[in-house]
Every structure is written in C-alpha cells, then in structure tokens.
Design a protein around this ligand. Sequence first.
Ligand code: HEC
Ligand code: HEC
Length: 479
Amino acid sequence: MTDIQRGRGVSRLAASRFLLTAAAVMALAPWALVMAVRAQSQAQDPGVRGGPADAGSFFSNLTTDQKDVEGTITSTFTEINSVTGTGNGGTGNSGLGPRFNFNSCNGCHAQPAVGGAAPFTNGFFSVFDLDGALNEMPSFESEAGVMVNARFPQVLSGNSYSIPAGFTQELFTITGRSDAGSCVLLQPDFAGGQSAGDLIFRTPTPMFGDGLMEIIPETQLQANQANQCANVNLTGICGVPNLAPDTTISRFGWKAQERSALMFSSAAYNVEEGVSTAAFPDELDDSNPACILNGVPEDHFNFINPSPHRFPGDPERQSLFIRFLQPPTPAPPNFTTIAGQNEFNSIGCNICHTSPSPTQFTTPQSAISALSAQNVNIFSDLLLHHMGNCLADGVVQGLAQGDMFRTAPLWGVGQRIFFLHDGRTSNIVQAVEDHSDQWCTNGAGMTGYQNSEADGVVAAFNALSTANQQDLIDFLRSL
Ligand code: HEC
Ligand code: HEC
C-alpha cells in the first residue's frame, strides 16, 4: 500500500468522524444548537513554547563543500543594506530604497531564530529614522506589536504615490538619509487608506524547512487534493493550488503566490529592501531621478572580483540559506499532545493541515542530498481555501481570490508569537476561531465572500469538551 492509498483510507475515516461530530451537534435539542453556535472555546493558549529555538539550524548532513558556504549565505541573509554602501557605519552593502520596509532580511524573519517570523519587538522602530531618514511611523505599527507589511487592496484613497492595487506598499523612503543625496519622495497616505477601509496587512511567514516544501512532488500534492475533494460533499472542503508560470504548484507566501525560495528572495530583496536584482532588474519607484543613486540592477554578478564561491548574486545566497534550514523540531510528545493530535485529526483539522498521519509528503532525490527522501511534516496541503469574511483581505494573487489563503503550515507554530496572515492575534485559540465567520473575534471582517470551508471543522472544535480543546491547543503549541 502506498502512503497515498493509506492516506486516502484514513482521511475518509477522519471525514466520517467529522460527520459524526457534526451530526451529534445537529441531533441535539435546538437550545444545544444555539449553545454550540454561540459557545467559543474556553481553552487557554499556553503561549510561546519555552526552551531552545528548535529551529534555525542547517541540516547537519550537508557535504563539506556545502558547509563551506554556510558563513557566506548567513551573512547575506543578515547583512544590513544602506543606499550607497556608506550609511549606517558604511556596511559596504548598497541598494536600499528608494522605497523600503527594512534594511535586512532577518529584521522581519527573526522568531524563534534567523529565518523565522516576526519578533517580539517591532524592528521598524530601529530603521524608520536611521541615518537621518525623515519617515513617519504609520499608526498601525507599534513597538511591542507585530511587524506588518501594508497593501491597499483597491487603492481607493487619493494617494500621492500608489502602486497597483493589492501589491506590497513600502512603508518608508530614503528621503533625508545621509547617503540619499537630494532624494525627495513622499510616504504613501496610509491614514487615508485606512479611513477609506482600503488597507490590509501581512506578517512574515517563517521559512524553516522550505527547501523540503519547494520540492514536494506535484503528484503527491495532486493526489492529496483529489482525495480531499472526493469528500467535499461531506466536508465542504476542496482546495485548489496556486500555479507558477511554468504551471507547477506554487507554495510560498500566505497565498502560495511564489514558486521557489529563489523567486521569493529575488522579489523580497526589491520589495522589502528596494534592492534591484538580476530577476527584478529596475527600481520599484524611479519617478524621481534624484533618488536613483546606483546602477541597476544593484545586486548583480561581480565580474571584477568574483565573490566567494562565485554565486551570481545575493538572492542565490539567500535562497540557499533558506534551503539549508532544517524544519522545526517539535517538543517530544506526551500524553496530552498525543490526545490533542488525535482530536486534531478526528475533527478534521488535518483535512487542510495535512498531517504526518494519514498523509505524509516525501521529497524526491535532491541535488542537495540532505533534502533527499525526507518526510515533510508540514501540516499543510499547500492548497488555497475559501476562508470567509473574517479572514478575507480582498487581495487577488494569481489564482488566489480575495478570501483565499494557502493552508498555513503548522510546523513550528508552537514558537510563533503572531498568527494569521495579518498577525492579528497572539492567541492561538483565536487563530482557530477566526477560521469561521460565526466565531470571528476580530470584528466583522470583509463582506460578500462565501462561507469558510473550515466552518464545519471549527464547529466540531467548539463542540469538543474544554479538556479536549485544551489538549488540541497544547498539541499545537508542542509543534
Ligand atoms: C519588512 C519585513 C520583511 C523583510 C525585510 C523581508 N521579508 Fe520575507 N516576508 C515578509 C512577509 C510579510 C512575508 C509574507 C508575504 C505574503 O505572503 O504576503 C514574507 C515571506 C517570505 C518568504 C516566504 C516563506 C514561506 O514559506 O511562505 C520568503 C522565502 C522570504 N520572505 C524571504 C525573504 C528574504 C530572502 C528577505 C531579504 C531579502 C526577506 N524575506 C525580507 C516580510 C519581510
Ligand atoms: C479549510 C481548510 C482549513 C481547516 C479545516 C483548518 N484550517 Fe487552520 N488554516 C487554514 C488557512 C488557509 C490558514 C491561514 C489563514 C490566514 O492566515 O488568513 C490557517 C491557519 C491556521 C493557524 C495559524 C497559523 C499561522 O501561521 O498563523 C492555526 C493555528 C490553525 N490554522 C489551526 C487549525 C486548527 C486547530 C484547525 C482545526 C480546528 C484548523 N486550523 C482547520 C486552513 C484550514
């Protein structure tokens, strides 16, 4: 029996158990139904799991040649970029701006280790006025709050500078920086966008294990999808993949909008830091010639003095850094977390958050042998699902509609501080409730989208005893 066949059998079982749970709720007296509709989980989030980071290390079985580049690729991921290489103590790394969110990759990808998600302390407060920059901090960022990127889903407000609807809108400009000459650019009108209801947020996704994620064979993802969708009449759940330009299944980002660590790194270098690259070779905003202080692309192959190991450019190093990162290590299972995982599977969380059992994704042979034939315990089908008005952000990316998101991988979620695409909560119980409009704890959300595919599963979660809910939450925090 292949893993996939086995997966199909157990998933049906999960689906029928889910039905039983839903049927049990429906069969009760009307008052019980009302109670079930109203009752929100009483389970408590124990918070960020203590102990070591359990993430952020490279695979230990890299070859000697691969280990040899670890220092180079780490320093590229953590390097601080200034505009012309002279600011901030003269780091030598140039290309920042004219618009940017941050000056290094690890500033946003930091928890619980370099390569992770948003840290406890909002790093934007250390860069917005660095080297004399004249930026104002947008009101939605706070020092102890989540670091978020901003997008205008519709560009409703009369912004002085606006990019097409839905794309990342950089928070800051280099105006005023000691290394930015006479560059003058205005920050976008975030307050206007916010008051017009045209502003949404995205928080960083972690990248531990992404080297495995990017090479899960298409056939495994498709077989899992076929199995999931075969039960749609029972579960209401049938995800679809986002597709890359080469028609393979795209996997990175909250809407699975990017295909590979390399594509994401190339885009992030320009979108987050303003560093143009070989893949995205001009400045994002070249409206003011006084702000163009370097030749393009700013990051490029150095013909005169080939950099160590002759990498063509920084995105190659950054993406190799990402590929070398091991997946997070969960805490050792105990009685509670094993019970919690059983609940997780029996109520159907695993229909989207595909779990080691019943379905296990495995990698094919990789050119990086440490990535070959690995189980990928990612807790995601990497498919897009309709998630309801509570979560919808109105942004269309590829095949992902305004209410669709990639099932968030749950590996490492035990050490995450902020949850959901906009980092709206630090409470993992609320993160679960917000899967359904019925239990949305974040106000009304958007309007007009179809019900969340997770409605039935969240109802089943809320119908569990508080003790069983607590086991499930403790299981999540063990990951
Ligand atoms: C200002 C904060 C910020 C900075 C700086 C930043 N990122 Fe990100 N990163 C994000 C956000 C936000 C997302 C999620 C984007 C989305 O899906 O909308 C993300 C997602 C990613 C992902 C996708 C991971 C996954 O599995 O989904 C990769 C890869 C990534 N970033 C690489 C980089 C690299 C490389 C750099 C440096 C060149 C970088 N990032 C700099 C905020 C940042
Ligand atoms: C229909 C598919 C689906 C089902 C069923 C589902 N989820 Fe999710 N889950 C998602 C998607 C999609 C996201 C990302 C949503 C967003 O960020 O807006 C998510 C996000 C999460 C997150 C936040 C992760 C993060 O990175 O911030 C947690 C925790 C979570 N789910 C737990 C659960 C639990 C527990 C259950 C069962 C009660 C469950 N999910 C059922 C699709 C699903």
